[in-house]
Design a binder for this molecule. Sequence first.
Ligand code: CDP
Ligand code: CDP
Length: 224
Amino acid sequence: MTNPIQIAIDGPAAAGKSTIAKIVAEQLGYIYIDTGAMYRAITLKAINEGINMASNEEAGELLLRTQIDLEPSDNGQLVFMDGEEVTEAIRTQQVTKAVSEMSAHALVRERMVELQRQLAESRGVVMDGRDIGTDVLPNAALKVFMSATVEERAQRRFADNQVRGINTPLAELQEEIAARDKMDSEREVSPLKQAEDAIYIDTTDLTIQEAAQKILTLAQERMA
Ligand code: CDP
Ligand code: CDP
């Protein structure tokens, strides 16, 4: 048995992070942690409670009284907020449009990062997000920065939405993705950026399997 490692996967929206991270985790027998789902869950609660999302204090206080749990299942990962399953409810356009504002707050990030580090403690883990390689797991044995053209990413999200019965036009989706990437990259606290020691993978012309295989090969090298 080789020692389990930590794998950090970062990148902009709809680059393929969670789909590919899930496959890699499954192949290695590791746990998968979707940190975006955690930011989406707290955003959903803020919307439900009418919290002022521009306030660092209100957002931070909200997180203190919120329980977020991730549970593996046959169809991927289930997300729970205060015991209620919100896996689908966190994917609406309303949550998607608000999540970058909520996750820019220092208090929210501080508490989320603490939680994420606890989840990853002393086990093999694949974690995806925006700041995993730069902030959450700076000593991860393998860091990947995954991207694809914004046109391709909008197409992919469009297809995802069709399955969910969400009918946002493609052009609007592309704008939303570009705006969110901009906010995520320009925020002061742990912005989206490639870690110096991360390996860049462009998934524009790769199949899901090809991208997963690239990461698995890199992981095997790191474990050796
Ligand atoms: O799936 P998608 O790429 O649309 O986004 P996500 O991974 O679910 O993340 C939703 C949002 O959460 C991002 O746009 C970021 O604003 C925030 N996020 C973050 O700030 N840090 C992370 N580690 C993960 C997500
Ligand atoms: O987690 P992130 O937002 O980066 O992306 P995702 O939700 O894993 O992927 C968005 C969509 O793109 C999913 O439906 C994937 O199946 C698809 N995808 C693809 O078609 N080709 C790839 N190479 C990667 C992802």
